[in-house]
Design a protein around this ligand. Structure first.
Ligand code: MRU
Length: 350
């Protein structure tokens, strides 16, 4: 089966969560079926599903799966809700940085607790809610795309980092949603994708996804961005986000901060595209965002082969935080936030 932009990256169907296995792309297109909370924990941790909005939906599916399972052996509602809470916390602990996971799991638990009927009514409500969040995600991304496209000058060279596309969401994408929407209006724009070491989401996923949609893209290595900015080939940057603090500081894939510094130096606008569910108003600055540390093997190995001396020290943070001073605008489904982000974020949530 080929990927088309109308295929969902993750979808609830037949009491099961079906997702594109992103660890296999671009070599193989395979749908993985996740049927238990434990399988969902592992799918998120091992990045079969990845990208902040997509793992949010995965979390919502995970809670629905846990509820289906628990309902088979528990008939006391209070015990059921307690056990469901434990499973939710377990799913939520699979990856720490993207706040969408916490957001979606919390939404599911609020739904579960609000149901006055039976355990079976709770299970039905959680399944329906999982489907609803899934459908809303695509609508949200289309709105982000529409707002963001107004910021893209005619014929612009746009750089993106990591994959904030259809694959990182249920469909359409956030940063790539902006690019899709801009391309629909002006096919002369030029897209540059950073390869995004160490997991190569830019090379494996962004390049693949855009080419599937016939959007031309040029793949560059992470260190090349300043070179092309200086040459005038890159006129703006659009990236996604995993968590945005109340002051606009933004956690995104490791290497994003470097791109933002280079953009500032070259006077190039740097935009973050994200749903409002990625904004964490409970933290006032990016210093408080937990940064996931992943296995050193992601750096030491390529295709299961060592690429460095075996006794070298490794440190592998999966995300960095771009300070708000380097961000020109945050594109959400509710409009474009501009500095001072403390004020614009506050207005959005009041
Ligand atoms: O480690 P990943 O692949 O889950 O990291 C993904 C990113 O950093 C994305 O840019 C971010 O989640 C935004 S996705 C719309």
């Amino acid at each position: 089966m080929e990927f088309q932009s109308n295929i969902k990256t993750i979808e609830w169907s037949d009491d099961c969560s079906k997702m594109i296995n992103q660890t296999l792309l671009p070599y193989e297109f395979k749908i993985t079926e996740v049927r238990t909370a434990e399988q969902m924990y592992s799918a998120i941790k091992n990045m079969i599903v990845r990208g902040a909005p997509a793992i949010g939906i995965a979390g919502a599916h995970g809670v629905a799966l846990a509820a289906c399972e628990l309902s088979k052996s528990i008939d006391n509602k209070e015990v059921f809700l307690n056990e469901l809470q434990k499973k939710s916390e377990y799913i939520n602990s699979s990856r720490p940085t993207a706040v969408n996971l916490t957001w979606a799991v919390k939404k599911q638990m609020e739904t579960a607790k609000s149901i006055t009927g039976s355990i079976s009514d709770i299970v039905t409500a959680l399944k329906n809610n999982a489907k609803k969040l899934e459908n809303e995600d695509i609508e949200i991304n289309k709105k982000i795309g529409e707002y963001g496209s107004t910021l893209i000058p005619k014929g612009a060279g746009i750089l993106t980092h990591c994959n904030a596309g259809a694959l990182a969401t249920v469909g359409y994408g956030t940063a790539l949603g902006v690019i899709r929407s801009a391309f629909a209006k002006d096919s002369s724009i030029k897209v540059f994708a950073d390869e995004t070491r160490p997991r190569l989401q830019g090379a494996r996923l962004t390049a693949w996804e855009l080419l599937q949609d016939n959007i031309p893209v040029t793949l560059i290595t992470d260190g090349m961005c300043s070179y092309f900015m200086k040459q005038g080939l890159i006129n703006c940057v659009v990236v996604g986000a995993d968590r945005i603090a109340a002051n606009g500081d933004t956690a995104n894939k490791i290497g994003t901060y470097t791109v933002a510094v280079a953009a500032k130096y070259h006077n190039i606008p740097f935009y973050v595209a994200a749903p409002t569910s990625t904004i964490d108003i409970s933290i006032d600055s990016g210093d408080k965002i937990p940064i996931e540390e992943r296995s050193g093997e992601e750096i030491t190995h390529v295709n299961n082969n060592w690429i460095c001396p075996k006794n070298v020290n490794i440190i592998n943070p999966a995300f960095d935080v771009t300070p708000h001073e380097l961000i020109s605008g945050i594109i959400t489904e509710k409009g474009i936030l501009t500095p001072d982000f403390k004020d614009s974020v506050k207005k959005l949530f009041t």
